[in-house]
Design a protein around this ligand. Structure first.
Ligand code: SF4
Length: 309
């Protein structure tokens, strides 16, 4: 059973919905703590008022296999982001504002529609800045029968206070761990404290949901799944990320070491980011993860074999 159903039946979800909405009066929803009144239309660093914007929604078959199964992961792509990654692979949505405002009823309809299409989960992509409208929509969707696991698929720059408010609401946390070096985080995402905030957020997420649990059909039900995109020239700080996960989170952490980096958005203007990673760079990253003691690596074994051919 999805975690939020228990909260709902204990009549505790409404309190979370109200708490999240009241935060918008002086927004501290993410670590930027802009302090602006989003209920009155003021706009902070995420460029988003109190209503969510959605770029697209539908079954997605490109996610990790425990999320996709046979019927797909039910993704909802939210417009805008609290990060400013100059290499963002979805920059037209996250940085250029592609998408439309949706009401809480429309957002609830999207969740129910994804469930009706047979998706295995509701995958909220870039949810950090729109937690309040998501909770409002969730309450409506539950009343119409929503029961799928909820995935919080974020860039990993999440505040502890907001995550604590989501305890018992989210079934699967899927944060990025983008960098381990502050200078690099500042240069490429505009946020120097990303590494420390990110590590604290991942700890809180794991504390809430534990290691990833996968059922007999191979579908993830609950837990933590971490994504780490390998950047050229060692810029993602893979060794520190995988050591942190193995030692301070769990050696059973399910990790997707991702090889699909390509220079998007403004990355081609930065010499160190202006190329794809080499097979050797990916292999080194995957081996660092194994050496750290992580054994649940999404697709890594087959990718290493592919590179060795
Ligand atoms: S959610 Fe948006 S407005 Fe609120 S603190 Fe973060 S960036 Fe600022």
């Amino acid at each position: 059973m999805a975690a939020y159903l228990e909260l709902y039946h204990r009549s505790e979800l409404k309190g979370r919905v109200e708490a999240a909405k009241s935060l918008l009066e002086s927004c501290p929803v993410c670590p930027h703590c802009c302090g602006i009144n989003r209920l009155e239309g003021e706009i902070g660093k995420c460029r988003t008022s109190s209503e969510a914007m959605v770029s697209s929604y539908g079954p997605h078959f490109g996610e990790e296999s425990p999320l996709v199964g046979k019927q797909g992961s039910g993704t909802i792509f939210f417009t805008n982001c609290n990060l400013r990654c100059i290499f963002c692979q979805n920059y037209s949505i996250s940085q250029l504002g592609e998408g439309e405002k949706v009401s809480k009823e429309e957002l609830a309809y999207m969740m129910l529609s994804l469930q009706a299409q047979g998706c295995h989960n509701i995958n909220l992509v870039s949810p950090t800045h729109v937690v309040s409208p998501i909770l409002e929509a969730l309450e409506i969707a539950i009343e119409s029968g929503l029961h799928l696991p909820l995935i919080y698929n974020s860039g990993g720059y999440d505040s502890l206070e907001t995550l604590k408010m989501l305890n018992g609401v989210i079934d699967i946390y899927m944060p990025d761990m983008k960098y381990s070096d502050e200078e690099i985080a500042k240069e490429f995402s505009g946020i120097g404290n990303y590494p420390s905030i990110n590590k604290a957020a991942v700890k809180e997420m794991h504390h809430q949901v534990g290691d990833l649990e996968i059922n007999k059909e191979g579908i993830a039900q609950r837990g933590l799944l971490v994504r780490h995109l390998v950047l050229p020239n060692g810029l993602a700080g893979t060794k520190e990320v995988v050591d942190f996960l193995a030692k301070e989170i769990s050696p059973h952490t399910y990790v997707n070491i991702m090889d699909q980096y390509h220079p998007c958005y403004k990355a081609s203007q930065v010499p160190s980011l202006a190329r794809r990673i080499s097979p050797a760079e990916f292999q080194e990253a995957a081996e660092l993860a194994y050496q750290a003691g992580l054994s649940r690596l999404d697709r890594a074994r087959s990718l290493i074999l592919r590179f060795q051919r």
